[in-house]
Design a protein around this ligand. Sequence first.
Ligand code: KG4
Ligand code: ZN
Length: 346
Amino acid sequence: MKILGIETSCDDTGIAIYDDENGLIFNEKFNQSLIHNKYGGVVPEIASREHTLNISFLIEKISKNLNINFKKINAIAYTCGPGLIGSLLVGATFGSALAYSLNIPTVLVNHLEAHLISIMMEKKCPIFPFIGMLVSGKHTELIYAHKFGKYSLLGKTRDDSAGEVFDKVAKNLNLNYPGGPEIAKISKFGNFNKYFFPRPMLKTNNLDFSFSGLKTAVVNFIKKQSMLDFQLISDVANAFEESITDVLVTKCKHALKKTRLKRLVISGGVSANILLRRKLRHMVSKCKGEIFFVRPEFCTDNAAMIAYLGMLKFQLNQIQSNLNIYVDPKLKIYNSKMNLNFISNI
Ligand code: KG4
Ligand code: ZN
């Protein structure tokens, strides 16, 4: 059984094919960051136009380079949300048209669920229930994963996402987009503890985050400097990375304590961050829990996770007619919010 997955929720165009016997047999993506870099962030209209060019190119590549008979594909899975409406529509219409031409169904895939469930492609993967922290360019959420398809919200950011703040701080430090990997690279040259930025929301009795105050503190600090040289940029990047990772790790610790669960899954672009991984490993081992990481190339957006989740949903017959095109830019992963007050206080 083979499922072709299409990912176009933001600025990465990805196509993958997941085969239930052989695993991933195709997985490629076009990253548009060089194009958006000069604007300091993703320009939605440009992203959609690039998707239309890249997507046909990737499909042609499959037919030229691989001996894949398109008639052997059982369904087309596409990201239906959340994401940029124009970008989502490119993947949805292309996927539906391809499915129509092959006379096969489509499978709707929630991008956030795909990030979370991509952990199941790893050798070391958790059993349900587990806590999932989704840290991407637009989301920072703590999720209680009861079972496949059933997720409750434990807490989320009240303003900016962690990824957004990485990108914003990087932009103010004159670093490239996306900012997360750039901050991580340069912060290694920074002096530990040279500067100190706030760790917001750590003392609140809930699992929500708020990063806009931290963002403002760092940006205001940068604006006060007369000159940004390499050492200053490295020191600020170091202090910022220490602060934001402390917040993410502490909230995960509180989530484990509040729910009394021991398994923690981290996914989404920011989960590629090495300092965050190191601190999480340390925290989880102290709590006698278990941590599960998605491999770095699957942390950021990719179609492998879409094809994989598409396969799981196809096996459960969660398919739809290729004539229905559906996207929801604000789609959520959770269907309920969990009230944790009855368990134990933080
Ligand atoms: O999951 P993702 O690829 O796209 C969304 O679904 O939003 O996440 C992109 C975000 C960007 O904000 C990027 O700066 C951040 O992930 N990111 C990182 C790292 N790699 C990517 N943040 C911190 N450290 C990294 N190594
Ligand atoms: Zn993503």
